[in-house]
Design a protein around this ligand. Structure first.
Ligand code: CU
Length: 133
């Protein structure tokens, strides 16, 4: 009776670890994306499927910008601690010369456009492409 309970307990405890493999953030590569008026630097991001990234959105200007990439963020895993920084529309706001970091693992190969959704900023050049291979 006691042995059976111990087995049941062991199965119960080990089940979540088997069902879900959390990204290994200690292996994250840092990729810095500069935001300025009106450009992303670089404007093309080359990323690999399954590689964890420490995305650093760094603004060099005292003006509000964002990094809007809904399909990109939907295609992978945003770290739990950073989920609040990505809006439901897939936008990361970078206010007034600030820096925002988001840990992210791309999980699906593809070409994902991104831009700044602030009025006229994309038209003025604030757009780019994330290429995930
Ligand atoms: Cu902008």
């Amino acid at each position: 009776m006691l042995a059976r309970m111990a087995i049941a307990l062991a199965l119960f405890v080990s089940a979540p670890a088997v069902a879900q493999t959390a990204p290994d953030w200690s292996k994250a590569e840092t990729v810095t994306i500069g935001l300025s008026s009106y450009a992303f630097t670089p404007s093309t991001l080359n990323l690999r499927v399954g590689q964890p990234y420490h995305l650093v959105f760094a603004s060099s200007v005292t003006k509000d910008h964002n990094f809007a990439a809904p399909a990109f963020f939907q295609s992978g895993i945003v770290a739990d601690a950073d989920k609040a920084k990505v809006s439901k529309d897939g936008e990361v706001e970078v206010d007034d010369g600030g820096t925002v970091t988001v840990d992210f693992v791309p999980e699906k190969a593809g070409t994902y456009p991104f831009d700044c959704t602030h009025f006229m900023h994309a038209t003025l050049g604030m757009k780019g492409t994330a290429v995930v291979q």
